[in-house]
Design a binder for this molecule. Sequence first.
Ligand code: AFP
Length: 315
Amino acid sequence: MANNTRNISDYSKFIVDLRRHMWMAGIEMDLRRLIWQIAITGKYISAKIHESNRKLAGLRNIHGDEQLALDKSADIILQNQLQYSGFVKAYCSEELDRIVPYEAASSKYHVTADPLDGSSLVDTNLAIGTIIGIHRDSPLAAEGRKTMVGAMYITYGPLITMVYSAGKGTHEFVLNREGEYVLSEENITLDEKGSIYSLGGLRKDWFSGHLKFVETLEGEGYKLRYSGGFVPDINQILIKRGGVFTYPGTKKDPKGKLRLIFELQPMAFLTEQAGGMATDGKQDILAIKPEGLDHREPIYIGSRYEVEKAREFLT
Ligand code: AFP
C-alpha cells in the first residue's frame, strides 16, 4: 500500500467521538451514559429552535420572566430524555418551580438545567444555549464543590457545539453532519490573563468598586465582547483561552441577575476544570451553599488574573 494512504485505524485516531473520549478518560459508566443522553438532546432542541413558532407561551416561570414557547419545549425535551433513562434521581430546571424526583431504579444523579438560556435572543439569530449541572446529591444539599460531578453546555450557533467536564478537564465537541459529536478542543486551558471582557448590567447601576475594576481593565486595553447570551459569552472566553465575564451585583439588584444553580455552578465547574476561576467577587461560586432554586449571585468568571483583580476592588 502506498505509504501516503492511511488505513482506517489511523483516521479513527483523529475522529474521537464523545463516547470514546469519556471511556478513555475513565469516567464512570452511568455518568458517561448520562452525559451522552443529554448531549443527544442538543439535536432535538436545535430542531425545535428551527421550527419554533416563537410565540410567547404566555406561561410564567418562577423567576417572573416571560416564558417563550421554546424554553418550555426545550425543558420537555430534556425531561422526556432523562425521566426514564435510569440515570437520573431528580431533575430541576429554570422552567419548573420545584425539584422533580424520578422513580428510575438505579438512578443516582441529580440534574439541573437551564434548558434554553438566552431565549430572548432567538429572534436575533444570535447563539443561545443549554446549561446542565450534574450532582451526586441534591443541588440544595451543600455547596457545588461537594455535590457536583459534572457540567456541560450546548451552544446553538452556526455549529452545534458541546463542552463538558466530568472532573477530568474541559473539552469541546462539534456535532458533525452525521449527527456525531466529534472532539474539537481537548483539555481547554485558560491563560493566566486574557484580553476580552464581557460586562453585564447597566453602567449607571454599577457599584463604585465594580466600576473601578472595569476602568482598570479598560486602561489595560481589554476589548468588549458581550452578546447578552451567557453560554456564547462564556464559550468565547474558554475557546479564546482567557478573559473575564461579569454580571455584577448592582444598586438595583445587589445579588445580580444570574442563577446560582442553573447558570453559575455549571459554568464555574467547567471554568475551574479549565484552570480558571469563578467568584461572586469575593468567594468561589462553588463554595456557596444554595439557599433555594431562585438563588442569584453576582459573577466574575474567567482567567485567574482578572478574577483576582476584581476581588481587590470588591472586598
Ligand atoms: P434570557 O434567557 O432572558 O435571554 O436572559 C439571558 C441571561 O439570563 C444570560 O444568558 C445573559 O448573560 C443575561 O441574561 C443578559 O442579561 P442582560 O439582558 O441584562 O444583559
